[in-house]
Design a protein. Structure first.
Ligand SMILES: [Zn+2]
Ligand SMILES: [Zn+2]
Length: 732
DNA sequence: AGCACGCCGACT
DNA sequence: GTCGGCGTGCTC
């Protein structure tokens, strides 16, 4: 008997199946982790199938060394899922499998090679005789011990150098283990009586679950329409029919309150996977699922891989959230797509829910790919009163402060009434844009229609998608005004101005600076909630999460910042943000007021937010997407080239561009394909590495996948790194 | 010749 | 990703 094994090596030429012999008496199962001989060492591998025969010459086949766990990690469907992931996201098979695997499973077994210097003085003759070896020793005098792989990368050397130093006894190389750093009783709740719309949604989804068929739903429910109760009753139905359910929740809203709602209904049948778990704790939760101890998993992105044997339902709360996309690590997967695939493989039902669905999702719902369920009525929540203030008017009337007269007077009133205020300001971010203070005009790229980024160094306006450039203007092309310049405000400025105008107000600030420490985010919320401050100033983070009943005023200092992010989704982000921010005002019994300050009061995102009308926003935005062929009318792919020498990076980026062009030109089908760039990435330098990017736009996702394959297997100079993201949600 | 070092291909 | 083998080129 033979086992087909995927080995744990991240390289394109080992990304295939290797055949091993199963020794007599070894009780090997499909999906087990094993240790196998590979060249002259032992490495980890994953058994993806067991066969009677093999086409590979039997005399060359080695035996499996040993089984690593006493159970199978992946069932057949999970292996199928990994196969799909590696093809869909163009990653190695081993990476897909490791993404599905719980991190804690490896415990202390993983080893790394460590290099330690063994002499105090570097022999003089080495300097001339073997300069590279001298360099290594010189470096080790400053930093030793160090990981071998790190040393090789930093000094850009070959392993042969280490080998000869080791032979001479100047250094020692040894293996070391990687150490991992190392629910209470809640009163049970009863199902609530559903309102008509909720009842209808539950009945509809229930029908599909009973039929055991793969079905996809979009639950489009306004803020406060009781989506969670719908989830709870669907899960209840699912469990009753002997199946299990997964609920994906954005990290930020996985609060004690949220967890309590699930635990109070389903008790110890619920496992919670949040990002604060240590690898060991994660592994424990994973085991609970595997052993059938729980029926429900509530968790963040990677909870989509919860290894239920009989999955019936996946719910994705706040479906439009970008946290469902893993953008920092390979594979760059989106849990929404993975969930869809998993449901297909398991004949389960997928329910995606949002008050502000992503354009792609709503588009698919209009095309009938997702069945649309609506919750239009708010339960026990009144809609806040939303007002938009045109900041150009304020300037025209001589008000140069960052607060409009309206917002200023509302803040004053709120302070007198002892009611709380939230002032929202988008993070100034890594890029800045230019706008006309008189008419709101913002220079955009003629090719891509995204806002141009202002570069302070050379005073030029640059498009981060395609590299288009123009000189900074001194007059507005729309109205002729000379007041066209960089626009941006930081949270410090808002805090200072509040202190200046309202010296007695107690202010809390919540931004990247004040929330660096773990738990500080929660502490600020707790302090504010318990009334320790009158005004909370914050960025993105305050738009979701905790309910604060006493907040009756929300001020958006400058909606333009979000509106002009260099991203084709900036309008969508703005609408989502403003809707969420509006939901923060008046959640208690007191009615809320929202003031949105902007220079672009006629923008459809702003108008639709004012009337809290998603469909109105959607109808405008979808037109723009179609004209400029952005998703859902195409797929994007972002290729980032990084390295220490900017010139080199730029040249490689140009090569990558040419290669993409060659592939596109050779295509037989006449699909729409466009290659943009190369352009400097919005974040031009990270960790001393310069970054350039090439962006591709294609109607046919397979074209992008093919190019991703070629780009990733191409040879590059050492120190040049390539990162490919298909369907990116953030282009940085 | 003898060593240093970069490059290439194979690993079941 | 990691290893050994091999070719080149420099020094003794
Ligand atoms: Zn103007
Ligand atoms: Zn452009």
């Amino acid at each position: 008997m033979f086992a087909e094994v995927i080995v744990d090596i991240k390289s394109s030429n080992t990304d295939r199946v290797y055949t091993y012999k199963i020794p007599e008496g070894m009780k090997l199962e499909v999906g087990m982790r094993v240790s196998v001989p590979f060249k002259n060492r032992f490495i980890e591998g994953y058994v993806i199938s067991i066969t009677e025969q093999t086409s590979y010459p039997v005399d060359k086949i080695k035996d499996i060394h040993k089984i690593l766990d006493n159970y199978s990690v992946f069932d057949e469907k999970m292996i199928e899922l990994a196969k799909w992931m590696k093809d869909y996201y163009k990653c190695y098979f081993s990476e897909a499998l490791q993404t599905i695997m719980p991190v804690g499973i490896k415990r202390g077994e993983k080893k790394v090679k460590i290099v330690r210097i063994n002499i105090s003085e570097i022999p003089d003759e080495l300097c001339k005789r073997a300069p590279k070896q001298y360099e290594v020793l010189h470096y080790l005098q400053k930093r030793s011990p160090i990981r071998l792989s790190e040393l090789v990368k930093i000094l850009n050397i070959d392993y042969a150098i280490i080998k000869s130093l080791q032979k001479k006894g100047y250094i020692k190389v040894y293996e070391e283990e990687i150490h991992r750093y190392s629910v209470k009783d809640i009163e049970r709740s009863q199902p609530l009586v559903l309102k008509e719309e909720q009842e209808k949604a539950v009945t509809e989804v229930k029908k599909s679950m009973e039929k055991d068929v793969f079905e996809k739903y979009l639950l489009f429910g306004v803020t406060g329409s009781g989506k969670t109760e719908v989830y709870l009753q669907l899960i209840d139905e699912c469990i009753k029919s002997g199946k299990s359910a997964i609920v994906l929740v954005p990290e930020i809203s996985l609060t004690p309150q949220t967890i309590e709602r699930f635990v109070s209904r389903f008790g110890n049948k619920v496992a919670v996977i949040h990002s604060g778990l240590s690898p060991g704790e994660r592994f424990d939760e994973w085991r609970k699922v595997k052993n059938g101890v729980v029926d429900v998993v509530v968790g963040v992105r990677n909870a989509v891989f919860a290894p239920f044997k009989n999955l019936g339902l996946i719910i994705i709360d706040e479906e439009h959230e970008t946290t469902y996309k893993q953008s920092d690590m390979r594979p760059k997967y989106n849990a929404k797509e993975v969930a869809e695939k998993r449901c297909e493989l398991e004949n389960a039902v997928l329910v995606m829910a949002s008050a502000t669905p992503s354009l792609e999702t709503y588009y698919k719902a209009t095309k009938g790919e997702y069945k649309l369920l609506r919750l239009t009525k708010r339960i026990n929540v009144s809609m806040p009163h939303i007002e938009v203030v045109n900041m150009s008017d304020e300037l025209a009337r001589g008000n140069t402060s960052i607060f409009s007269r309206k917002l200023f007077s509302y803040i004053k009133e709120n302070l007198q009434k002892k009611e709380q205020t939230i002032l929202f300001l988008n993070r100034r971010g890594y890029s800045s844009f230019v706008s006309c203070r008189d008419c709101g005009y913002v220079p955009k790229c003629p090719n891509c229609d995204i806002s141009l980024t202002y570069h302070f160094e050379d005073k030029r306006l640059v498009c981060h998608y395609c590299g288009y450039q123009e000189a900074m203007r001194d007059t507005c092309p729309k109205c002729g005004s000379k007041r066209i310049r960089y626009l941006g405000i930081g949270t410090e400025r808002v805090e200072n101005d509040i202190k200046k105008f309202f010296p007695k107000a107690r202010v809390l600030r919540m931004d990247v600076d004040t929330t660096k420490k773990k738990g500080s985010h929660e502490k600020i919320f707790y302090d504010f909630r318990s009334g320790k401050a009158d005004i909370l100033i914050g960025t993105q983070m305050i738009s979701k999460g905790f309910d604060i009943p006493n907040v009756t005023l929300v001020g958006v200092i400058l909606a333009d910042i979000t509106l002009n992010l260099p991203d084709f989704r900036s309008s969508e982000r703005t609408f989502q943000l403003l809707t969420q921010v509006a939901g923060r005002a008046g959640r208690g019994e007191k009615p809320g007021r929202v003031v949105i300050q902007t220079y672009e009061e006629d923008h459809y995102s702003i108008i639709a937010s004012k009337y809290q009308n998603y469909v109105r926003f959607y109808n405008e935005e979808i037109k723009y997407r179609e004209i400029f062929r952005y998703p859902p009318f195409s797929h994007l792919m972002n290729i980032v080239i990084s390295g220490e020498e900017e010139e080199e990076v730029k040249n490689i980026a140009a090569n990558v561009y040419l290669m993409c062009q060659k592939i596109v030109n050779k295509l037989q089908n006449k699909s729409y394909n466009k290659i943009l760039g190369p352009a400097p990435a919005p974040i031009r330098k990270i960790n001393n590495r310069y970054r350039w990017q090439v962006i591709l736009k294609s109607e046919d996702r397979n074209v992008l996948v093919d190019i991703a394959e070629k780009v990733q297997t191409m040879k590059y100079p050492k120190n040049i790194r390539i990162s490919v993201d298909i369907d990116p949600l953030n282009i940085m």
